[in-house]
Ligand binder design. Structure first.
Ligand SMILES: Nc1ncnc2c1ncn2[C@@H]1O[C@H](COP(=O)(O)OP(=O)(O)OP(=O)(O)O)[C@@H](O)[C@H]1O
Length: 278
């Protein structure tokens, strides 16, 4: 199974376990990074030389033609770990869904320079049908279907391949359980395993660790960080005030209550955007 090697550092879990609630961001003020950020494994000038995967210009997101967020201008380089933070209801999920085409933009441009099949979206579990009559195996198997249309019905997933994917997130023992009977944190891990099955080049995650205990959150963010660093997968992730998520990030997008964004670069040499505040 496609998976990163364990990262050569051990203190991330401790950092998360000891994360001070004072590190929670104030969205009206630039917040400080945790004291000991996870050291980047890529050379510092690596990311800025990477191709641009996404260019967003004048994007206004919203519903029924009414703007909620924006206009936004930003870009995303391959290999970036971008964290999206902001108060409840400012439109973080709306932004991700607009970027992947689930919600039409009110106005503006979204230019992807990688195929749709190279993206994987990991939604919040509460957006799923709570009565979904499927096992974990069935849910995971749908990760092999993307972009195949009706021909996906002919796919016979190999059990070992799915078990390997579950093993990566520590959930192999739940393979034959009903998905709806899992805890929210377990469901989040299954959805992450499902996304990884597709060997994505870009992962978009909507609060992937929202329902996890601190230790599982630390393991999950370490896994995502390893995937980004070692497999060159770009990550865009929404998380609420997670010190560990911030320390794993190379860019942090903060959305304020007015629907404006500020982007903080966490590696000096990826300062590729002269306009930090948009
Ligand atoms: N389908 C929809 N139609 C109309 N309004 C919607 C729809 N979905 C979400 N909204 C509204 O858009 C606003 C932003 O929602 P969104 O879920 O993007 O916020 P968020 O920043 O991700 O919040 P949270 O941190 O609580 O998850 C909310 O006021 C929400 O009620």
């Amino acid at each position: 199974m496609w998976r990163p090697e364990p990262l050569p550092r051990t203190s991330a879990r401790e950092r998360c376990m000891s994360a001070d609630t004072d590190l929670r961001p104030n969205f009206d003020q630039p917040s400080e990074l945790p004291h000991e950020p996870i050291p980047p494994c890529l050379p510092e000038d690596h990311i800025s030389r990477q191709p641009t995967l996404l260019q967003v210009q004048g994007l206004v997101c919203g519903y029924g033609g009414k703007g909620l967020l924006g206009p936004l201008d930003f870009h995303l380089h391959q290999g970036t770990f971008m964290l999206i933070e902001g108060p409840n209801g400012v439109g973080k999920s709306t932004l991700l869904k607009t970027l992947i085409g689930l919600i039409p933009p009110v106005s503006g441009r979204i230019d992807w320079s990688l195929p749709a099949d190279a993206l994987r979206f990991v939604p919040q579990t509460r957006t799923l049908d709570p009565m979904l009559p499927a096992t974990v195996f069935d849910v995971l198997a749908t990760g092999l279907h993307r972009g195949r249309g009706l021909s996906a019905l002919r796919i016979r997933p190999r059990r070992n391949e799915l078990l390997d994917a579950l093993e990566v997130v520590g959930m192999a023992h739940l393979c034959d359980h009903l998905f709806r009977e899992l805890s929210e944190g377990q469901k989040q891990l299954i959805l992450l395993a499902r996304a990884l099955l597709g060997k994505p080049r870009l992962l978009l995650l909507d609060e992937p660790s929202a329902s996890m205990d601190p230790e599982r959150e630390a393991t999950t963010i370490e896994l995502l960080h390893g995937i980004q660093q070692q497999l060159d997968v770009t990550v865009m992730m929404i998380a609420h005030g997670s010190a560990l998520a911030r320390s794993a990030s190379s860019r942090i997008m903060r959305i304020d209550r007015r629907g404006h964004i500020a982007i903080e670069e966490c590696l000096k040499d990826c300062l590729d955007d002269p306009h930090h505040t948009h």
